[in-house]
Design a protein around this ligand. Sequence first.
Ligand code: SAH
Ligand code: SF4
Length: 343
Amino acid sequence: MIEKKPLTGLTSKELSALATVLGAPGEYGYVIAKWIYRKRAKSLSEINDLPKRILKELEQEGYEISNAIGIDSFPGTDGSTRYLLTNPNGQYYESVFMDNGKRKTLCVSSQSGCRMGCRFCMTGSIGFMGNLDTSSIVDQVLVVPESKSINRLVIMGMGEPFDNYDAIEKALEIFTANWGLALGKANITLSTVGIANKLEPFLSKQPCNLAISLHSPFPEERAMLMPVENSSPIERVIDILKRYPLKKPVRLSFEYVALSGINTSEEHAKAIAALLKGLKYHLNIIPWNEHPAAQFNKPEKEELYRFTSWLNQNGVLWTIRHSKGNETGAACGQMAGKWQSTS
Ligand code: SAH
Ligand code: SF4
């Protein structure tokens, strides 16, 4: 049996090379890219402006548009839907569609599971089932039913994108290219714990907005919450961010999971301001989303109010982001690649 090979995840250039190998003009690659990424064709038979012979040959060589297998969907009552997908490698991964009126966002996974082991994160507790290839990353945007309406992407699903940098870099090319999904780079945000040696290549290209997971301004406390602090200290990350500032239209933000009684004191607010001084940024506070793998508490309104007042006093611009998808296990840090609904 011929092994099935997905065309999603290939760039226009790679599709051209493939066309050439089949003895067709290289320009056909651009036409195929347009059908896959712009018109969201589901099968080769939909392509009606190329010779049938070429499409047949592609099929005979084992090519198909996508090899993602949608397992299940879990709609919430807040306009979000969690999708559970799998690929022929047997990896499970999740995507979440969030409908905010004009803003239609898909939260995309970069890995199956994660090996960063952050203490407050469900994905961190389930272990690591491998990197997703570019095809499985890009597929998420193409196979969900809302595909054509999506105008924003956040790479904040399962996994650490900088731990799968090459595949993510290529996916970002496909997301933003004219022959690809043609999304604006300011409409895509990649969230990372900040792996220093991947930060420089990212910042020299600036392919989309960058969100750094901060969670504590104190290195010792951060290391307790996020083991990556030991190999890639936040101070080094900030030093690199200062040397390669993000330029318009892309923006820098920091994410801060608010953990009751742990990282919401006046000292924290002061230290955040001091640590991030000299950078242009916004702080996104995410009240901790509960899950059974960790024993933190979500702060009450009063605790958040006090913390944000101290941030104001120290000149930090912030927003509280309440995660969507909480009831379906789709909110930040709850993704576990589950079969069954958690609601
Ligand atoms: N691995 C990347 C991106 C995925 S997680 C990263 O860590 O940045 C997206 C965001 O959700 C991160 O800021 C992460 O720290 C946060 N997060 C993880 N678990 C959470 C939880 N239980 N509640 C709220 N936010 C959480
Ligand atoms: Fe991985 Fe991000 Fe969860 Fe940390 S917070 S374990 S990096 S998915």
